[in-house]
Every structure is written in structure tokens, then in C-alpha cells.
Design a protein around this ligand. Sequence first.
Ligand code: FAD
Length: 381
Amino acid sequence: MADFHDVVIVGGGVIGLSAAYALGHAGLKALVLDQREPGREASWAGAGMIAPEAETPSASPMVRLRARSARLYPLWADQLREETGIDIGYRKCGGVDVAFTEAEDAELRAAAGVWRSQGVAHERLAPADRARIEPALNPEAESVYFLPDRAQVRNPRLIRALIDAIANRGGRVQAGGAVRGFSMEKGRAVAVMSSAGRFACGVVVVAAGAWSGPLLEPLGTRAPTPPNKGQIVLLRGDRPLLRRIVEHGGNYLVPRDDGRILVGATEENAGFDRLPTERSYHVLIREARQLCPVLRETEVELVWAGLRPGSVDSRPYLGMVPGSSNVVIATGHNRAGLQLAPATAEVVVDLVLGRSPRVDVRALGPDREPVRDTDSAAFRS
Ligand SMILES: Cc1cc2nc3c(=O)[nH]c(=O)nc-3n(C[C@H](O)[C@H](O)[C@H](O)COP(=O)(O)OP(=O)(O)OC[C@H]3O[C@@H](n4cnc5c(N)ncnc54)[C@H](O)[C@@H]3O)c2cc1C
């Protein structure tokens, strides 16, 4: 059949593109359909922080996905550079977590307990050592923890590299077609219906970010993906002012190699509105200057917002859609989709090929009851 695709992926964000890339390495050609320009939603808007590797084996799927992704990122960076010539800007720049009050310090001590149990390298810095690790840090901080393995990626470059690499292996990424539903026969999706046409397929992967939930309702699956709006301010200095990622509660600073600094991020329940607001802008600027007073010397270059895909709890949906034999769901990664993309992609490949996934994701299926995820609480990105 001329128009048959091994796998059709709905959504060309980092999750859909990473899955298509990994499928290409497994010898399967995927067609990725996006209603807009691929990679321009949450995956473009994100800050690109990658959580450090956890050395201690864990049964928690979130810890395992995070640890696996941390291990895969440098390999993907090398592989993508070889395959496309694009440097995705993966860099183990290290990070510092900062507290300004006793209550915040207590939270960091609790987080340090989790890092210890997971085997994540960290060190509580004595005041005399802080300037050595991050000279720009406000000296009035109550406590500072150093996580040497925190990393970052330039997500817009990652997106470009993935799109090129998918095409190099015979896959296709198609913009401008909104998927409206699936043609089902006896519990199997036989085609994906979009505004750009009908695409017969062997397997469907739903990775449509904050827009995923309603797509699955006709299949009787409850997987709400409420948008969690996040705003970022991009600062530009005339010289590099910051070396490490700086985190304070849900806020952070991410220094790029070119001297730019991302200040993130808000969490707002604003429906599908992704316009930046003046109020959030001021909150972020104030926070940046408190964390690192030297940032008063910078100029604002850009402000943007994106919609993180939420879920019923703080964890993604990853698994087979119940009642179907060939529909996979991979979405709802909320604040961690960039860091979890490579490991998520590996699991998708396993599910598509009918193998038992490398990470046991049974607890991440749709239709689940919300779970409070203490394993992820120590990583806020
Ligand atoms: C401000 C901010 C900062 C962040 N920082 C980090 C960070 O530092 N580290 C980290 O790991 N994560 C971070 N995130 C989260 C991360 O960006 C997301 O978890 C991740 O991008 C989700 O990827 P996705 O592919 O699921 O969704 P998206 O990138 O939103 O992609 C979904 C795609 O599906 C398409 N689509 C939707 N509906 C349809 C349809 N019906 N038909 C066809 N296509 C459709 C959309 O057009 C879109 O391109 C951040 C997010 C924000 C907003």
C-alpha cells in the first residue's frame, strides 16, 4: 500500500520527534504529524535543564527514566552531531540549589536526603566555597548545594537535529495537519485522520502534548493533559556572568555559552493562552536579581511562554492505551519533557515492537488514579 506508515506519531514536540528518531534507529520509518510547525510549542519554550544521573538502582519508573535519560543525553549529543552536523549544546555545567530562609533550607535538606538515597552527586557548600563554585551568587544565601552533574541542552537545536536525523533515516515530519481522530477496527487503529488526509498505519503514538487528552477520549481513555503555562525571560550580558544553573524553588537561571541567561519559570493555569504577561515578567526579573545581583547589568532580549503538558499527577502517561492493541501514549511530561525525552523514546520503541520496556512503566498508564510522586520532588525542572 503506497500510503501505509509503520508508525504514525501525533505531535512533533520533543517527545514525538525523539520517539521517531529512536524508531529510525530500530529500523522503523515513522511519520510525525504536527498541526503547526513541529517543535514550536512547549519543546521550544523550555529551558533545557537535564537532571543529573542517579547511581543507585531504583524501582521507581520516574527515577529510572530520569537516570536513563541522563545517561543517554551525551550519547545522543554525539550521535546527532555525527548524523546531522548539529551541536545540540548538551553540557554538564553543574548547578547550585539555593535557599534564602530557614524554611527553604529545610526543603533543601529534605531534597538532599532524596539525592543521597538515589545516588545523585551533591555537596552542601560552606560559605567560603560558594564563590569558587558560582561567583555570581548572592552572598546572603542561607544555604547552597552544588550538583556537579546537572546539565543543559539547547532545545531548539535538539529539535532541528532530530528533524534532520529522522529524515536521514527515511522518516518524515509533516507540518500543518491537525489530527482529528483514529479509524479503529476491532481495537486496532488502522488509520489516523487529519486535516491533511488519512494515513494508514501499523501503530499510532499519541504525543500531542497539552492537546493529547481530548484525542484519546473517543477511545474511552481518560488522560487529561491540562496546560501548565510557563514564562521565561531571556537576558543578555556583554560578558558571561554566570557559570552554573541556579535553582531556587520553582525558579531558575540557566546560563548559555554565549552569555545569555534564561530566567524561568512561572507555573500558571491560564488555559491555552501562551502570551507572556507583564506581571510574570516582573516576578522573574526580581527573582533573577535576588539570586545573582550582577544580573542588574544585563538587558532583556526576549520574553516568551509555553504550555507544559500536565497529567493527573506529576508524572507522564507512558504505555499502551487500554482497550487498543496498537495505540501508544507518551505525553504529560509537564516540567520534565526535555530531560525525559531520550528514555521515553526508548520505551516507545519497546512498546511499538511488542517488547517488555526497559523501564517498567505499568504505573504510568492512562486511566490511573493520581499518585503523589515523592521521587521527583527533589527535581523541580
Ligand atoms: C517555560 C518552560 C520551561 C521548561 N523547562 C524545562 C526544562 O528545563 N527541562 C525539561 O525537561 N522540561 C522543561 N519544560 C517542559 C518541556 O518543555 C515539556 O515537558 C516538553 O516540551 C513536552 O514535550 P511534548 O512533545 O510532549 O509537547 P509539545 O512540545 O507541546 O509538542 C506537542 C506537539 O503536538 C502538536 N499537536 C497538538 N495537537 C495536535 C493534533 N491534534 N494534531 C497534530 N499535532 C498536534 C503541537 O503542535 C506540538 O508541536 C519546560 C516547559 C516550559 C513551558
